[in-house]
Design a protein around this ligand. Structure first.
Ligand code: SF4
Length: 223
């Protein structure tokens, strides 16, 4: 449990989270210089759709689907010009296709009616789009160059708990803790660093602590 990681951090004397956050970010940047979003997109609209499709599936799966999707659907109007069943078929492989098709069409309608067909940049506007939850909005805002929060996904949650950067379980509370701790200039890159470290090294069931650049800063290290 995260609470015990915090106790373990004290017991091991790895330092407070405020003392450790600078070296943690610097070392992760050196270890994962390629840590960026894995979803492929060539425009703000494609980015928004790709992030919406990525719920409950892998980025690889989304990229496979969007390779064809983005050739066919280029403008918000294109998503509304076909019957909903056709859009559902086109995104079927990403799972939850009925809900996702409904959200995408609702979002496209609002983009046309309220945002001149453009993707808004403010978090409070992004979360008004149908089917766009806070995590999706945070990812889009960060990729558009203006992070207004810290993205918390399953990797970010696991690693920030193991590193005793938070003792919270709820993603909104974890985000609040990380936003207080991580310098604002790093809000965009920090989740990518944790995500890539979580995929490559701090794997959920079998963390490779012996190969981890954070082992002396981590209260959960097994070495
Ligand atoms: S030392 Fe182990 S538990 Fe800690 S971040 Fe590295 S891999 Fe994860």
């Amino acid at each position: 449990m995260p609470r015990s990681y915090v106790k373990e951090a004290r017991r091991r004397g790895v330092g407070s989270k405020r003392e450790r956050i600078g070296p943690i970010v610097a070392r992760l940047k050196r270890a994962h210089p390629d840590a960026t979003i894995a979803l492929r997109s060539r425009s703000e609209l494609e980015l928004l759709v790709a992030v919406m499709l990525s719920a409950q599936t892998t980025d690889v799966n989304v990229n496979r689907v969007t390779e064809r999707l983005f050739v066919k659907y280029r403008r918000p109007e294109d998503y509304l010009a076909v019957p909903v069943e056709e859009l559902e078929r086109d995104i079927y492989q990403t799972g939850f296709f009925r809900q996702k098709a409904k959200s995408i069409r609702g979002t496209m309608r609002m983009l046309i009616e309220e945002f001149d067909g453009q993707v808004p940049r403010r978090l409070e506007e992004l979360v008004r789009l149908p089917g766009v939850a806070r995590k999706t909005a945070n990812v889009v805002a960060a990729e558009l160059g203006d992070p207004q929060g810290v993205v918390v996904d399953t990797h970010v949650r696991r690693l920030s708990q193991r590193l005793a950067l938070t003792r919270q379980e709820d993603p909104v509370k974890i985000e609040r803790d990380l936003a207080r701790l991580v310098p604002r200039a790093e809000w965009g890159v920090f989740p990518h660093l944790l995500i890539w470290h979580g995929r490559r090294v701090c794997i959920a069931r079998a963390p490779r602590c012996e190969d981890c650049v954070l082992s002396d800063l981590c209260p959960s290290s097994r070495v």
